[in-house]
Every structure is written in C-alpha cells, then in structure tokens.
Design a protein around this ligand. Structure first.
Ligand SMILES: *Cc1c(COP(=O)(O)O)cnc(C)c1O
Length: 222
C-alpha cells in the first residue's frame, strides 16, 4: 500500500472535526513529502534533532507537533518553530517551555500529558498531580505558553474495552478541568488521544486529535 492510499483510507475513518497528526518519526523526508503532496500539513515527531532537521529541510507551512518525551535542555532547539507540544508532563517542563518561548518571542501551545495507562513505562501527570498544579495557579503567570488541552496514551493491550475505558477516563478528566480552570471560550479544547491501533476507540471517546504513524507510513525501521 502506498502512503497516498493509506491516507485516503484513513480519512474515510476519521471525522473532519478530528485533526490528524501524521506521525513521521524515523521516516525519511521523501515519505513526509508524499503525505504533504496530498495536502497533509501536520506532522508529529518524537526526537528534537530529527524534528529540527526536517523543519529546516521541508516546506515552511508544515505544523510541527512534538509528541515525544521532551528534555528541558532541548526545548530551545524547537522553541522557535514548534506548533504544539503534546507531552508536557511536569510543572518544571511547562515553566522551562515558557522561558524558552519568551526568549524567542513566541507563545507555544502545549498539551498536558496524563498517565492513563496501566503500564508505568508511560509518562504523564496523575489526576492528583495535575489538579495540584492547576490549583496552585503559578501556570497562570506563564504568558508565553498556552495550555490547549490534554494528551494521553492507552495501555498497549488487545483488550479493547480497557482501552476505551482509559480514553473515557481522559475525556472525563478533560471536562472536569475545563469546567473548573478554563472558560468555555478558552484555548483549552483539545484531547490528543488515539494511535494506529486504537484511534477508533479514541474518537468514540471524544478525541479531537489522533496521532497516527504506522498506518500511514508503514512500520518503523528503528
Ligand atoms: C509513535 C507514536 C505515535 C504513533 O504510533 P503508531 O502506532 O505508529 O500510530 C503516537 N503517539 C506517540 C506519543 C508516539 O510516540
């Protein structure tokens, strides 16, 4: 199957209201350009160096989403151009993104990552931790970041019910946080959940943004 066909098929299954992030990590520029030629403009990468290289070489109207685990000392490399950082998993990281965004005179959109999976290998805030941070309120003084919603990854399992429950939990937490800490018109409106294997369940549970890699570009070599 070609990238073009994969994208055609995928778009038949994703409602227009849900954004598709084409996860292009570990794939070469040519693969991204194939997707670009069909109209895709949103690409997700999980390594700073790889994303920066692709940003420099590829068309400037691409929106680069950082979806990996971000190290504080590397924020400065992506701060000048990143469109959305999906995996903000600590107050310290949020604070540092704000600092680097200020240096480059930008406001950077961020999603707070929530740990919804059973595995402890996945990063993210627990429900208690995120509520604590939001209650404390220092984030409100960060004028160079915009908190646009939540992001989560479900457990890697064949148990579709469990995956659905985890996504539903994330949606409920999203609503709770939105009601309590953000106004209805605020930028807090995205729930980034769903990958190649579970985007159907994620969309059913209220995802606004799916991050799909292997279904578009094939399996990764690394
Ligand atoms: C790699 C990755 C994806 C895409 O995974 P696929 O299973 O290839 O669709 C989505 N989200 C994150 C955070 C990833 O690291």
């Amino acid at each position: 199957m070609s990238i073009v066909t994969n994208l055609e098929n995928l778009h038949l299954e994703i409602p227009q209201t849900v954004q598709l992030v084409c996860v292009s990590k570990f794939h070469p520029d040519e693969a991204l350009m194939e997707a670009y030629q069909t109209g895709e403009r949103i690409f997700g990468e999980s390594r700073v160096q790889e994303m920066t290289g692709k940003y420099e070489r590829l068309p400037k109207d691409i929106e680069w989403h950082f979806i990996g685990h971000l190290q504080k000392n590397k924020i400065k490399n992506i701060a000048p151009f990143v469109h959305l950082i999906h995996g903000v998993d600590s107050f310290e990281l949020l604070s540092e993104i704000n600092k680097q965004a200020l240096k480059t005179d930008r406001v950077i959109s961020c999603l707070l990552q929530i740990h919804i999976a059973k595995e402890d290998t996945k990063f993210g805030f627990s429900e208690d931790e995120i509520i604590e941070m939001l209650e404390e309120g220092i984030w409100k003084s960060f004028h160079n970041i915009k908190i646009c919603g939540l992001m989560g990854m479900a457990t890697f399992t064949d148990d579709k019910e469990q995956v659905s429950r985890e996504f539903t939990t994330l949606h409920q937490l999203f609503s709770k946080i939105k009601n309590k800490y953000f106004s209805a018109e605020s930028t807090f409106k995205e729930i980034s959940m769903g990958m190649s294997d579970d985007f159907h369940q994620a969309i059913d549970a209220g995802s606004t943004m799916v991050r799909v890699g292997s279904l578009i570009f094939g399996s990764r070599v690394v």
